[in-house]
Design a protein around this ligand. Sequence first.
Ligand SMILES: [Zn+2]
Length: 512
Amino acid sequence: MSERIAIFDTTLRDGEQSPGCSMNLEEKLRMAKQLDALGVDVIEAGFAIASDDDFAAIREVAKVCRRPVIASLCRTTPADIERAWEALADAANPRIHTFVATSDIHLQYKLQKTREEVLEMSRNAVRLAKSFTQDVEFSAEDATRSDLDYLCQIVEAVIDEGATVVNIPDTVGYTIPSEYHHIITTLKQRVRNIDKAVISVHCHNDLGLGVANSLAAVAAGARQIECTINGIGERAGNASLEEIVMALRVRKDLMPYANSVVTEELYRSSQTLSNITGVQVQPNKAVVGKNAFAHEAGIHQHGVLKNRITYEIMTPESVGVKTNSIVLGKHSGRHALGKKYEEMGYNLTRPDLDKAYKMFTKLADQKKEIFEEDLVAILQDGFTQIPERYKLRAVQATAGTSTLATALVTVNDTKTDDSETQTSSGDGPVNAVYQAIDKLTGMSGNLLDYTVRSITQGADAVGEVFVHVEFEGTSYTGKAASTDIVDASARAYLNAVNKALYSQERRKHVQN
Ligand SMILES: [Zn+2]
């Protein structure tokens, strides 16, 4: 029987901290459900004390995801730990994850504490966490730049207090595989009680070594890897989950360890995250990039199926990439649509299927072939649970090389059921549309980012627009898909407006 590697996903915590990747509660829940389907062992759902939104996300994820361990991050202060535990109260398998920096650089410049003080803080933190739950993880932040003797001392102390997982993070992405292997080996040899805890690793990708370092640590005895979907995370990101899992699968001959990830869900997990955040992976990204299996098409064309093994170390199917992507057409019925969604892993309720079918027929009128991506876009566009205060009724924009762009927009205020129309001019048609929407909603948005991408193939492709818009100092994402870019642009912007209004409303509730 092979030894197990636990996969600890921190997409919702470390990943969410990366620029442009913030998610609201509904989006975090959708991602968490996908991570559950992916089979990860641990979902780190947030940093409870960091914000009310983080707190709420941990609580809701813990309610919905009952199989995996749900972790909340916290510093070593009692208030932090208590807040983490409060967020985890309803979890089936809660884990408190407490951390403190252990490198002299951090001790001197950030914490202004002595090594003895930090040792004491760590002991107390684990002791307190342990009074709430059996499952306690301790992280020695900046471990790879910490004095190794001190690191050994602190790891031994927290295990004595009952830490069940000790994490040795490469917080700043500084180490290299041989050095990291040496650090883990040293801990295994010198820490008296090391067999009472699981050694965990958490690698950042500042030098592009996150995955390599994680695997080097596994070779030295680490049995939990912390990672994120698409490798998102602080700065250059974290070690990428899909690369780690596929390396373990493809090179089982050299790394004979089991893990519980359903690799066929990797591509969908990657797509779900990109869809939520609007941040796409680069085309040559290993495992989930658009070109990761690009030679496939050529080989298919030539019918040289026998030769697959010559260039392919893993199949697209093994990571959930489907090669036959045309799925439905104009004449497909509701039943076929429901069945297709089921095959894709979505079980829609009757009303949801009706809603999806309505959108599907509308789309099928506009384009001949419907791809799986279209069906995912339908779900993601039509099922965002943010209440729609403003709905787009009509949009018209004109632009040209010699004229000022103008727009005419009509929106419906669902609160009063009034529809109103405004015109505006602007620097380009999209800008004109956004100015008109600002007038209609009374919200003044600052557009930080605007991207458009084609999500399906052909001239009649569906384009998807992502926006990051700042309202009163907070940035919101918005997105919408349509065969008409101006229409998608307007609805993406309104999506951000509605999110901003919803979040302002919720904040009011919290204050009252
Ligand atoms: Zn990190």
